[in-house]
Design a binder for this molecule. Structure first.
Ligand code: 5GP
Length: 152
């Protein structure tokens, strides 16, 4: 993925936006392999109920960068239903970046409920709950080096 991003963003100085908490290990590993000039920052997403027309609104905590005209690459641990990203993208678009792409380590195609374009996908997995490598189960398990499926 890093090699592909290097090629796709040559000369563009992208800003990587890691979504906390889940992506912290993947973001670190990915970013170590990026060789083009770029910056990285981390944000936490918080959801709240908007008006009936806006539905669920997701805001970002820790977003201090000026995104105007920047090429943004969101780093996610996992895209499941896609609702989080789908609700967050309009908030990000209001800050007028030049482009937004999504890079996710894991994706559950059978669970996706939104029309969301995922630009870089590490692995497609079945619709099962997984832990490890940054992903948690009730806050635990993020430190596992490998990824496991929770036994039902
Ligand atoms: P979505 O909005 O795409 O349904 O889910 C977004 C968030 O739900 C992910 O960023 C992640 O925090 C959490 N999530 C979804 N599936 C899993 C899973 O299998 N394991 C863990 N640990 N978290 C998950």
């Amino acid at each position: 993925m890093a090699k592909q991003i290097d090629v796709d963003y040559v000369g563009r100085k992208p800003l990587f936006l890691g979504i906390l908490n889940g992506s912290f290990i993947f973001a670190a590993d990915l970013y170590k392999h990026i060789t083009i000039p770029s910056t990285i920052s981390f944000i936490k997403l918080v959801s709240y109920k908007g008006t009936s027309s806006t539905g669920t609104v997701i805001t970002a905590i820790g977003l201090e960068e000026d995104l105007l005209d920047r090429d943004i690459i969101i780093i996610e641990d996992i895209v499941d239903t896609g609702r989080t990203m789908n609700a967050f993208l309009p908030t990000l678009e209001k800050l007028q970046p030049h482009s937004i792409k999504i890079c996710t380590l894991l994706h559950k195609p059978d669970a996706l409920q939104c029309n969301l374009q995922l630009d870089y996908v590490g692995f497609e997995i079945p619709d099962k709950f997984v832990v490890g490598y940054g992903l948690d189960y009730d806050g635990y398990g993020r430190n596992s080096k490998d990824i496991y499926q929770i036994e039902e």
